[in-house]
Design a protein around this ligand. Sequence first.
Ligand code: ADP
Ligand code: MG
Length: 263
Amino acid sequence: MATVIAITNQKGGVGKTTTVVNLAASFAALGLRVLVVDLDPQANATMGSGVDKSRLPGGGLYSLLLGEASLEAIRCRSESGGYDVLPANRELGGAEVELVSAPRREQRLKDALAAVRDEYDLMILDCPPALNLLTLNGLAAASRIIIPMQCEYYALEGLSDLVNTLKKVRASLNPGIDILGLLRTMYDPRSTLAQQVAAQLSEHFRDKVFDTAIPRNIRLAEAPSYGMPALVYDRSSRGAKAYVALAAEIAGRLHLTLPKQTA
Ligand code: ADP
Ligand code: MG
């Protein structure tokens, strides 16, 4: 049965999508069966996986959440990444409004994924930069969350909102959900501010902070415009290697058995 991990932070531009695409590719390279779910109407994970958001079969995740298409009808393959994708497009933004009066509005994704949980080892959910109904669908479906964050001045403030949301989700929607880890992204160990924020993070969250930090690396920013993960675009880049290391660290935390030992 797949472990479902939501990559979430209501701040934009912290590296959520980059983490989704590159972790998915790293796990796929390790031989795991991976499904990426794009819950963001910006559809960056879709495009970054090499799937064209302007030509989605079955209407993409929007249609799935509204019950207009089956999961099989919307599922795509990331040929570059070696994983499957439930893709998004701008229409998904409308689901936010249209689902408000729908039954089980927060559990739509969870219900849809139940049918294929045995087909995958991991499902990785890309959440939008908001604590909205789409994010709630992600948090209801996931058993773990990863919080990517930049170690800058206001980073910790945003975290307390997220932790409060998580408490509410635990109380009402999903009692089993837990933080798998906090991920330092675009990390520059030479920056004094980054060091200070990282130290505060460790103080608050202890060993929840991943040992692996993702460095700022131009290859990670370039790869999406080619519709491929950095692991494929430039596997020797520092960014790609950091995500491979992160995948190994996560596999350890989750006690996953890896079919292949090297990516
Ligand atoms: P989010 O999904 O949280 O909004 P993204 O993953 O889209 O964040 O990242 C925001 C921007 O920063 C993108 O242009 C992305 O390519 C770039 N980026 C993300 N991580 C890194 C990194 N480690 N090094 C350099 N650029 C990065
Ligand atoms: Mg994103």
